[in-house]
Ligand binder design. Structure first.
Ligand SMILES: NC(=O)c1ccc[n+]([C@@H]2O[C@H](COP(=O)([O-])OP(=O)(O)OC[C@H]3O[C@@H](n4cnc5c(N)ncnc54)[C@H](OP(=O)(O)O)[C@@H]3O)[C@@H](O)[C@H]2O)c1
Length: 359
C-alpha cells in the first residue's frame, strides 16, 4: 500500500488528540499538518494543547513542535500539503458544513467525525464492517461538488457504535423494533474529570441532540444506494434514551429487540461470533480480528474492563436473554473515542484508501 500525508483538523481537541496517538507509527498515514481554531494557530502543538492533553501516552516527539495552522484561514496551504484530512472540530453546524465543503472543493478529501454532513444524501456515513458499499456514492458527490479527488465521508455518532454492529448480523431475522438506553462517557463531550467536576458522583439524563442521532443515523447506515443518493431504511423502529455517566471512556448500551422471525439464543450468538466485514477480509491495519465479542459472564461487558478490547476497536456484548415485552435484551459496549470516533475514522480512511478513493 502507498503511504499518505494527512492533516488533523481540530488536532487540539479530545478526538484530535486520539487521532495523533492512533496515527503515531501508522503504516499508511503520516501526520504532516495540524490545524485548530485561530486561538491555537501559530503556536506549537505542545503549547496549543497545554494542559488539555488527555491521552495516556505522551505527545509524540515529532508532533510537539509542529506549528498549528488555522483550520479556516489556511485551507489552501493545508489542502496542498496533504493527501486528505481527518476533521473533528467544535464549531457551529453550518460553519462545519461550509468548512468541510471548502476542503473537498480544494481537492482534499475529508474524513469527518462531525455531524454536520451526516444527513447529506450523497455523503456516505460508513461503519466499515457494515456498509462499505456506500462509498460508491462518492462519485455522485464529486459530480455535485465539481471535484476530481475531493469528497466528504463521515463517521456516525459514537452512541450507536455498539448496538448498530450488534443488531446488524441479526437483520436477516427482520429486526422490527429496537430500544436502547446508552450510558455515555464524559470524553464524548470532550471532557475529563478535571474539566467536568459536576459529573463526579452524578448522572445527567440529557445529552443535547444525541437521541435524535441515535435513532436516525442507523437508518442511513442500513440505507440503500439509489440514483446517487443514500435512501434511509424504513426499519427497524428505534427509540433511545442517552444518559451521561461518570465514566472517562466507553459508551455502554442496554438494548431490547423484537423480530419478524424470532431466532434462538444460540442462533444470535452464532451470528455475532461469525460476523466479519471488509476490514477483516482486507486485513486493514486498524481492523479488529474479532469485531463482535460475546461474554458469557453475567457481569460483563464492563466499561472499565472491556472498552479497550482489540485496541478499542471491537464491540463487547453480554447478558443476552429473553424479555417479557420484547423478544430479547442484551448489553453492549464500545470505546467512544476509539471505535466511536478517531479509530472508526482511521478504519474508514483505511477502507477508502484500499478501495482507491484517496488516490
Ligand atoms: N468526543 C467524542 O467521543 C466524539 C465522538 C464522535 C464525534 N465527535 C465530534 O468530533 C468533534 C470534536 O469533538 P471533541 O470532543 O474533540 O471536541 P473538543 O475537545 O472540544 O475539540 C474541539 C476542537 O475544535 C477546534 N475548534 C474550536 N473552534 C474552532 C474554530 N472556530 N475553527 C477551527 N477549529 C475550532 C478546537 O481548537 P482550539 O483548541 O484551538 O479551540 C479543538 O481542536 C465534534 O463535532 C464532536 O461532535 C466527538
Amino acid at each position: 500500500m502507498k503511504t499518505f500525508n494527512v492533516a488533523v483538523v481540530g488536532a487540539t481537541g479530545m478526538v484530535g488528540q486520539r487521532f495523533i496517538t492512533l496515527l503515531e507509527n501508522h503504516p499508511w498515514f503520516h501526520v504532516k499538518a495540524l490545524a485548530a481554531s485561530a486561538r491555537s494557530a501559530g503556536k506549537t502543538y505542545e503549547e496549543a494543547v497545554g494542559n488539555r492533553w488527555a491521552m495516556k501516552t505522551p505527545i509524540p516527539e515529532d508532533i510537539k513542535k509542529i506549528t498549528v495552522l488555522d483550520a479556516t484561514a489556511d485551507v489552501k496551504k493545508i489542502a496542498s500539503s496533504v493527501d486528505f484530512i481527518f476533521c473533528a472540530v467544535d464549531m457551529k453546524k453550518d460553519e462545519i458544513r461550509a468548512l468541510e465543503e471548502t476542503y473537498a472543493k480544494a481537492e482534499c478529501p475529508v474524513i469527518s467525525n462531525n455531524s454536520a454532513h451526516r444527513g447529506t444524501e450523497d455523503v456516505p456515513m460508513i461503519i466499515p464492517e457494515i456498509n462499505a458499499d456506500h462509498a460508491q456514492v462518492i462519485e455522485a458527490q464529486r459530480k455535485r461538488l465539481g471535484t476530481k479527488r475531493g469528497f466528504i465521508a463521515v463517521k456516525s455518532n459514537c452512541s450507536l457504535q455498539s448496538y448498530v454492529p450488534a443488531l446488524h448480523p441479526l437483520m436477516k431475522y427482520g429486526v422490527k423494533n429496537a430500544l436502547a438506553c446508552t450510558y455515555q462517557a464524559i470524553s464524548g463531550a470532550g471532557k475529563t474529570f478535571e474539566t467536568f467536576p459536576d459529573i463526579i458522583d452524578n448522572v445527567i439524563p440529557f445529552i443535547g441532540g444525541e437521541e435524535e442521532k441515535s435513532e436516525q443515523e442507523p437508518l442511513k447506515i442500513w440505507g440503500e444506494l439509489k440514483d446517487g443518493k443514500i435512501v434511509p431504511s424504513s426499519a427497524p423502529a428505534i427509540t433511545t434514551q442517552c444518559i451521561r455517566v461518570p465514566v472517562s471512556d466507553g459508551h455502554l448500551a442496554a438494548v431490547f429487540m423484537s423480530f419478524e422471525n424470532k431466532p434462538t439464543v444460540e442462533e444470535i450468538k452464532k451470528c455475532w461470533k461469525e460476523f466479519k466485514g471488509e476490514p477483516q477480509d482486507l486485513k486493514l491495519p486498524s481492523a479488529p480480528k474479532q469485531f463482535l465479542n460475546y461474554f458469557e459472564e453475567d457481569n460483563r461487558p464492563q466499561t472499565k474492563l472491556d472498552r479497550n478490547l482489540e485496541n478499542g476497536m471491537a464491540v463487547s456484548i453480554g447478558r443476552l436473554r429473553e424479555d417479557s415485552q420484547y423478544d430479547y435484551k442484551f448489553v453492549c459496549l464500545s470505546h467512544n473515542t476509539l471505535r466511536g470516533a478517531a479509530g472508526g475514522a482511521v478504519l474508514m480512511a483505511e477502507l477508502l484508501a484500499a478501495k482507491g478513493y484517496l488516490d
